[in-house]
Ligand binder design. Structure first.
Ligand code: 13P
Ligand code: SF4
Length: 304
C-alpha cells in the first residue's frame, strides 16, 4: 500500500511540477519522496533556489512560514495544518515586550522556531546551526535570546555576552537526561555521542559533540568512528542510516522514544492529498509582518 502511494506521489509531483522538501525528522517514506531533506537552516535557504512555484513543505508550521517569508511568490503548502511546534507556541508576545522593556540596551535574537509575528518584533533570527555566530556578530553586550533556554545555555558557554534567556524548551529534547546518557554509554561504549543543543545543559555537557541536525548529517563523514549515539528526534536515525549504510546509529533513548508528535502528524497520504489539491494549507503571512520578519531572517543570512 505504502509503495503504491509513493509511486502516485512521485507521478503527481512530476505531472503537477511540484517540489517536496522535508525536515530531517520526517518519517522515512516522506524523506524518500522528497527532493530535498535538511535542517531548518538548509531548508530556509534552499527555498530561494527552487525554480518551481509549488512547494510541499513536510515539516512544521514555523518552517513553512519561514519559507513563505523568504519566497512570497511561491505557493508553500503545509500538508497538515495542525503540525505546529510546541516550543514556538510557548512564546507570549507580552513577555517578549516586557523583556525588551526591562533590557533596553539588549538586542533580541530569536530562534527560527518562532512564529512570523515573533520574528517580526526581533532584531535577528538564528538556527541551532548558527546561534553562536549570530550572537557573536552583534556589537551589543546584552542579548535577549528566545525561546529555547537550552540553546541559550549552549550559546552562553560560547560567548562573553550576557544572555537573557526566555524560559521555553522543546518537550522532545528536554526529556533527555543523565540516566539516558549513562545507559547509552554502557550499551554502546565505542560510539560517539552527538547531542542537539535543545537538550538540557547537563546532558549537553556529557556529550562528545553538540550539533544541529544538519551538523549531525555532516559529522559522521568526517569522523573515523563508525558508531554514533544520536541525541535528537528519532527521524534522524533513518536519515543517517540511509546516508551512511556502513556506520551504525543508535537512539540516545530507547523508551519512550524521542518523537516529535507534530513532525509525525504528516503521512505519505497527506502529501498525496496536498498534491491532489484535496488537503493541506497554503501558507499566508500578512505583508506588514512578513516584511519585518524578513529583515530578521535576512540579517541572519547576511552573516553566514
Ligand atoms: P534543526 O535546525 O537542527 O533542524 O532543528 C530544528 C528543530 O526543530 C529541532 O527540534
Ligand atoms: Fe518543535 Fe521540538 Fe518538534 Fe523541533 S522537535 S519541531 S523544537 S517540538
Amino acid at each position: 500500500m505504502e509503495n503504491k502511494i509513493k509511486e502516485e506521489v512521485l507521478k503527481l509531483k512530476k505531472e503537477k511540477d511540484f517540489v517536496i522538501i522535508a525536515h530531517n525528522y520526517q518519517i522515512g517514506d516522506i524523506q524518500d519522496v522528497a527532493d530535498f531533506v535538511g535542517d531548518s537552516l538548509e531548508l530556509s535557504r534552499v527555498i530561494k533556489d527552487i525554480d518551481k512555484k509549488n512547494v510541499i513543505f513536510a515539516g512544521v508550521r514555523f518552517m513553512a512560514e519561514t519559507a513563505k517569508i523568504l519566497s512570497p511568490e511561491k505557493n508553500i503548502i503545509l500538508p497538515v495544518p495542525t503540525a505546529g511546534c510546541e516550543m514556538a507556541d510557548m512564546v507570549e508576545l507580552e513577555k517578549v515586550k516586557k523583556l525588551k522593556e526591562e533590557n533596553k540596551n539588549a538586542k533580541t535574537v530569536c530562534y527560527v522556531n518562532t512564529t512570523a509575528l515573533v520574528k517580526s518584533i526581533c532584531d535577528i533570527c538564528c538556527t541551532s546551526a548558527n546561534a553562536v555566530k549570530v550572537v557573536n556578530s552583534l556589537k551589543e553586550k546584552e542579548i535577549i535570546f528566545l525561546p529555547d533556554k537550552n540553546l541559550a545555555s549552549f550559546v552562553r558557554r560560547s560567548t562573553d555576552k550576557k544572555i537573557i534567556a526566555y524560559e521555553g524548551f522543546c518537550y522532545v529534547h528536554n526529556q533527555f537526561n543523565i540516566l539516558d546518557v549513562k545507559r547509552a554509554r554502557e550499551k554502546y561504549p565505542k560510539a560517539t555521542l552527538m547531542i542537539h543543543p535543545e537538550a538540557p545543559e547537563d546532558v549537553q555537557l556529557l556529550s562528545d559533540v553538540i550539533l544541529s541536525t544538519g551538523g549531525m548529517v555532516k559529522y559522521p563523514k568526517e569522523s573515523k568512528n563508525n558508531q554514533f549515539i544520536v541525541g535528537t528526534e528519532e527521524g534522524m536515525i533513518y536519515r543517517l542510516q540511509k546516508l551512511y549504510p556502513d556506520k551504525k546509529f543508535f537512539p540516545l533513548r530507547g523508551k519512550p522514544k524521542a518523537i516529535c508528535n507534530n513532525m509525525k502528524k504528516i503521512t505519505l497520504k497527506d502529501i498525496l492529498l496536498a498534491l491532489r489539491g484535496e488537503g493541506g494549507e497554503s501558507i499566508f503571512v500578512e505583508e506588514s509582518i512578513r516584511l519585518k520578519a524578513l529583515k530578521s531572517i535576512e540579517k541572519m543570512i547576511e552573516i553566514l
